[in-house]
Every structure is written in C-alpha cells, then in structure tokens.
Design a protein around this ligand. Structure first.
Ligand code: C2O
Ligand code: CU
Length: 461
C-alpha cells in the first residue's frame, strides 16, 4: 500500500529543487551496462481526497507517487516491466522518438504483457524535454485508475533554474466516498468525453509548493487526463512558455490562456513573486468557473531574477521537412452512426464505434485494420487533418514529430510536436519526415475517442 503524505510530496519537491539547482542525484540515468530499472505494474491505494483512501489504484512501483522517471538525452535507458495487475498491460513512452518495437502498442509493436510476465524496454531518448508514459492496453481503465507517469529527459546543456516542478495534471472519476465510479458514459464518449469528478496535480487537489522568492522556476506540465482540455494561465505571477510537447519554442512567449489537451505538455519559466509568502497560481481558465491547479509560494529573500534572463532551450534534433513533398495524406476526423457496436477486445474496446478516421473506425487493438498509408522512409509528407466534428481532438502520432505548417483558422506557431489540438471545422497541414521505420499509431488522446474508433496507423518502410 502506497500512501501519499504531505511529507513524501515535500521530499519529492525537494528533489525537484535539487535538480533545478544543478545537483546530481544518483539514479538520474542508467548506463548501458547498468541493470535495468524495475517497473512493476501493480495495484495500490492512496489518499487522493483528503481523509479518504482510494482503493484499486493502478501504478508502477511503491512510490513516491505519482512516479517521475528521469533519463538523459542520448544516454541508454532500460527498464523491465513486470505485470502484477490482473490484466495485460504495456508501456508507451509518449513523445519519445524511439524504435518501433519499444513503442508499447499491443499487437502492432509487441505482445501483451500478461499477468506475472515481464517485458524489457531499452532505448536511447534522442530528445530532451517533458514527456510521459502510460499503458496502451485497456487504456481508459488503466490510465483512469492511475497509470500516468511523468518522464523527464534531461539535457546537461539546459539553462539552470532556481527550482523545478513536474506537474502531472489529471482528474479522477471518484464518488463522494473516494472510490472509483464508472470510467465513462457512452453518451459522453460520443461527445467531448466523460469528465473526472476530482481534479489533481501530482495526485493532490491544488497543492502548494515553495520556491525561492524572485527566482525562476521551471514548471513541467503534462496533461495526463483522459478527457479534459485545459487553458493555462498564471494568477499573480508572470510566466513564459519555453517548450511545447517536449520541444523548445524558438522564441519563449508569455503564457496567456494557452490551450492544451490530453497528452500535451507545456514547459513554463515562472518568475516567483518578489515577497516572501506571496503566491503565484497556475490556473485552468478553460473551465467555468476557472480553478487553481497548483500554487507556488515565495520563500526567502528575493533572488531578483528576471524573465528577460531566459534564453531559448537548445533545439531537439528533429528532421526538418523537405520543401518537396512526396504526397499529401488526407486525415478526415468524423463521427460514425451513433453507437455502432464494436467488437469486444479485452485490451479495451469500449463496445461502441462513435468515431472514424477517413470513415474507418479502428476495429480494436487485437485486429488492426490495414495501415492508413504506407510512407517511404526518409520522405516528407503533408498530413491534411480535417476536423469534421463539433468537438476538439488532440491528435497524437507515435514515433515521429511533425511540424505544424498552417491552419484554416489563421496563423499558427510552426512548432515541432507529437500532438495537434484541432478545433471544430479546422483544417490543418502538418509536415512529417517519415524517418522512423515501423507501424505507428495516430489517434485522438481523448481516450474514449481513441477507444471508440478514432485511431489508425501509418506504416513506414
Ligand atoms: Cu500517449 Cu498512443 O499515446
Ligand atoms: Cu477526440
């Protein structure tokens, strides 16, 4: 049983602070020769709602919870997943551009990891940034009940901050007694998705963290929620956006109600208030009423740092798309006839088809349909993503990053990313160098949409 206490969390944030200050902590990365890290998928219980112990949580290892994995850019990492759950699982390393057989998608890239079996993951992360990891099997239940971990790839060349806080931002579907209630309602799955009832950052409702007054702290936010789209802002403080979805932005820009969906990450440089005891609050403005996600309280004498001191983070080595485009691939996101029944799959079909890509609803993990397109290794493609639905969808591609080129809604930030949050009626062009061979899924990261049809895959050969 893994109970989260205030003290554990303080310890966790002290460690985060130590990283920010450039101290080394043993176990931050593992060399090629070190034995693999053990990741045991298991049941746990934890205090999420104050004074109530939630049973049937699923996570990895014993804590501190929620887990934060750290590795280093360009250094080999290995982990043995051992499954002590009562159902199959896998791990997908969201946003990492690694080998296909390490991607964690059952049947497409690896077998199920059954109860008491294990699977060895080994890879070298090519990019530094904020990522996360989660199962790709019975995903709505396993993620909904806890299995979302932050994954931080460090770069020794990153600028130093006066503190650093990973923020695993998510809701939980809990009843008033603190126990899990049904993960979804079919009528909501056919719309924006089913919302959680209890909101947390790092498994706590609006936690408060201490950081040096007048200092610059790095917030590494990952939206690991299965449904909720956020609009981030800071109350009583100033912040610059320094990276999106693991990739540095060329020019950091002020945070102003930035919209981000499930699966997406936002790295902020937050300037702490000048005076001891003053609090800057990370807010979700895309809710009525807006609500606090986490608070940052100044302590000590002011370090007198300025956001003007922030320089851009070093870019990741993502292939730049060629101007000569091999082909444009249309990707039409649409709804299907309401509630068409889907085949049962014990790796997590919801039992319905509500959604489709190019009119084909994904038939379920155990019986993948043909690839949506076959891409030639090394060639540049344009994905023409059209949202024919009245809902927003965070569309996520595994294994490769793409560049946002243009949108029917107006000017775009031409960033590299693994997830594009497409608005209703929007058509967007995404450029992609097919530089990673294998079968790569593309899906909506609102898990109910993913699991009721809005999934497909590309084959790169
Ligand atoms: Cu976080 Cu298939 O993705
Ligand atoms: Cu969706």
């Amino acid at each position: 049983m893994a109970l989260i206490t205030r003290r554990n969390l303080l310890k966790a944030s002290a460690v985060a602070g130590a990283y920010g200050a450039g101290l080394t902590v043993a176990g931050g990365y593992r060399s090629a020769f070190a034995s693999p890290m053990q990741l045991t998928a298991k049941q746990a219980s934890a205090e999420l709602m104050p004074g109530k112990t939630t049973a049937n949580i699923m996570t990895w290892n014993d804590g501190p919870l929620p887990p934060v994995l750290r590795m280093q850019k360009g250094r080999p990492f290995s982990a043995r997943l051992t499954n002590r759950l009562n159902e199959p699982t896998t791990i997908h390393w969201h946003g990492l551009r690694i080998e296909n057989r390490m991607d964690g998608v059952p049947f497409l890239t690896q077998p199920y990891v059954y109860t008491n079996d294990s699977f060895d993951y080994a890879f070298t992360p090519p990019d530094a940034g904020t990522f996360w990891y989660h199962p790709h099997c019975n995903t709505l239940t396993q993620m909904g009940q806890g299995m979302t971990g932050m994954l931080i790839v460090e770069n020794p060349d990153d600028p130093q901050f006066d503190g650093e806080f990973p923020l695993n931002v998510r809701d939980w579907r809990l009843g008033g007694d603190g126990q899990f209630i049904a993960q979804f309602k079919p009528r909501d799955a056919a719309k924006a998705g089913t919302y959680g009832t209890f909101r947390t950052a790092n498994w706590q409702p609006a936690p408060t963290y201490d950081a040096p007054a007048g200092g610059l702290v790095r917030l590494r936010i990952a939206i690991t929620d299965v449904t909720r789209i956020h609009g981030f802002g800071i109350d009583d403080g100033d912040a610059l956006v320094i990276a999106l979805d693991g990739n540095p932005v060329a020019e950091p820009f002020p945070l102003d109600r930035l919209m981000a969906g499930p699966g997406q990450r936002v790295d902020l440089a937050l300037r702490m208030p000048e005076d001891e005891g003053k609090v800057a609050t990370l807010m979700n403005y895309r809710a009525t009423p807006p609500y606090p996600i986490a608070r940052f309280r100044s302590h000590g004498a002011s370090l007198k740092r300025s956001l003007k001191d922030i320089r851009p983070l070093p870019a990741n080595p993502v292939s730049a798309p060629a101007t000569e485009v091999a082909e444009t691939i249309p990707l039409d996101l649409s709804a299907t006839a309401e509630g068409a029944p889907a085949k049962e799959s014990f790796c997590g079909s919801l039992g319905f088809n509500f959604w489709a890509i190019n009119k084909v609803p994904w038939s379920g993990d155990t019986d993948p349909t043909a690839p949506l397109a076959e891409l030639k290794l090394g060639k540049t493609y344009h994905l023409r993503l059209a949202n024919l639905t009245p809902h927003i969808h965070p569309i996520h591609l595994h294994g490769m990053s793409f560049k946002v080129m243009e949108s029917s809604l107006g000017p775009v930030r031409q960033i590299f990313t693994d997830t594009y949050l497409i608005q209703p009626d929007e058509v967007a062009t995404l450029a992609l160098v097919a530089d990673n061979p294998g079968d790569w899924v593309i899906h909506c990261h609102i898990i109910e949409h993913q699991k009721s049809g809005m999934t497909a895959f590309f084959r790169v050969t």
